[in-house]
Ligand binder design. Structure first.
Ligand SMILES: [Zn+2]
Length: 174
């Protein structure tokens, strides 16, 4: 099985495996049915990891937006007739069809499958990434936390010494 990068469409020797999702499975099934299946193994090559990450993010965002719009359309077409002319199976059907088309749009235009879980981990391990703002904040927080811890420890030690030096007022002789 040849490995083909889904971003640059080149045949590559090595790449990060792409997870089979419903869309890929459907396309494979359709291609097998039409006898045009190439049965390539879909991967993302090393050079395209960043491009893939961006594409995947855009796709996820797209899909989420279209799903929300589809949901609104469906709810409108189911409930509006109920409040006006009465429940309409026809409106529900149109709503379902419209919602399906809406969800299908981003799949058709920008479908980008995710990397396989293991592959994604390996990918993030091999790509030296700049520390993000969150990571930087985390580090600062950790450092501040450590400093506080040290100060508290020292203070406790000092307080303990002081307490030992201070004679107990209860046992003090008059
Ligand atoms: Zn590539």
């Amino acid at each position: 099985m040849a490995k083909v990068c889904i971003i640059c469409s080149q045949e590559v020797k090595q790449g990060h495996a792409v997870a089979d999702d419903a869309v890929i499975r459907s396309i494979r099934r359709a291609k097998r049915y039409l006898r045009i299946a190439k049965n390539n193994e879909l991967v993302v090559c090393e050079n395209d990891l960043e491009a893939h990450r961006k594409k995947r993010q855009a796709y996820e965002r797209n899909l989420a937006v279209y799903m929300v719009v589809a949901g609104i359309v469906l709810v409108l077409l189911v409930f509006l007739p109920v409040f006006t002319t009465g429940f309409s199976a026809y409106a529900v059907l149109v709503g379902l069809l419209f919602a399906a088309i809406l969800v299908f749009m981003p799949v058709l235009t920008s479908h980008t499958p995710a990397l396989e879980a293991g592959a994604a981990k390996a990918a993030s391990a091999t790509v030296p990434s700049k520390p993000s703002k969150m990571q930087k904040l985390d580090k600062i927080e950790r450092n501040v936390g450590n400093a506080f811890h040290r100060i508290r420890k020292r203070w406790k030690k000092a307080a303990g010494k002081k307490a030992m030096k201070k004679p107990n007022p209860g046992k003090k002789k008059k």
